[in-house]
Write a protein that binds this ligand. Structure first.
Ligand SMILES: [Zn+2]
Ligand SMILES: [Zn+2]
Length: 252
């Protein structure tokens, strides 16, 4: 029998696509162990991925490589994946397949959306993001970063103004203190003058007992200032205290 070229090509194409699909299934339809346990049957996962109902499973990476492969970060596991992620049917939030298989624990589990709390969480897979979608996302990200930068600059400006105001207030306070200090030093001078004039009459009118022993009458402050032996000073202080109490006893 003679086979036409076109039918031969068709068969070859089918074989080729089947081989590709097999290898693709083998690589990206089984869980990678991101979670220790997955209750979904392997066959169900495989069918969903092959039917493009769930995004193909890849081992997520911590840092998306700055290469030509576009990656998307799953907001649940914070790992990045190629080929696009699943989208929540309710709020369009992205989620990787392995995280989805944990949140919806089994094919029949009914649960709430982890992002917006709507009931009966389900996802769709739309393939990798289009260039337009990515550009919109980048534009949004740029706007957010710009707004954050503006806010930071505003904050720094406010901080500077606050510091300046504080400094001005401090200077004002300092100059006020200086003024009042110079005023009070003037009054101090006049006070000491009057004190000096009355000191003589005061000592004359003093009726208190005079210190009998000149040797015991020690200026303790002077001794402290001249770094006398503290033990010796203590002894002297005790002796002085005894002497004063004895004097008091005599007076009574
Ligand atoms: Zn994830
Ligand atoms: Zn949602």
């Amino acid at each position: 029998a003679i086979i036409s070229t076109s039918s031969l090509l068709l068969v070859m194409g089918q074989i080729k696509s089947k081989a590709m699909r097999d290898s693709f299934e083998a690589k990206h339809c089984t869980t990678t162990g991101l979670y220790p346990k997955c209750s979904w049957p392997a066959k169900t996962i495989k069918k969903l991925v092959c039917d493009k109902k769930l995004s193909p499973i890849f081992k997520g990476v911590e840092e998306p490589t700055a290469g030509n492969v576009e990656m998307d970060e799953c907001p649940i596991c914070f790992l990045s994946y190629p080929m696009g992620l699943n989208r929540a049917r309710c709020c369009r939030q992205e989620i990787c397949t392995e995280c989805f298989l944990q949140i919806k624990e089994t094919p029949t589990t009914i649960c709430d959306c982890p992002f917006c709390n709507k009931n009966d969480f389900a996802v769709v897979y739309l393939g990798p993001k289009s260039r337009a979608e990515r550009e919109t996302e980048q534009e949004d990200q740029r706007k957010v970063e710009e707004a954050q930068l503006r806010m930071r600059e505003e904050e720094i400006k406010k901080d500077r103004e606050r510091a300046k105001k504080l400094e001005q207030e401090k200077q004002k306070q300092n100059s006020q203190e200086k003024q009042s200090a110079s005023r009070s030093s003037q009054t101090d001078d006049s006070f000491s003058e009057s004190e000096a004039s009355t000191s003589d009459s005061e000592s004359e009118s003093e009726g208190e007992p005079q210190i009998p022993d000149a040797q015991v009458a020690v200026d303790f402050n002077d001794m402290l200032a001249n770094n006398h032996n503290p033990a010796e000073l203590e002894d002297l202080m005790i002796m002085e205290a005894i002497r004063l109490s004895l004097l008091e006893g005599n007076a009574n």
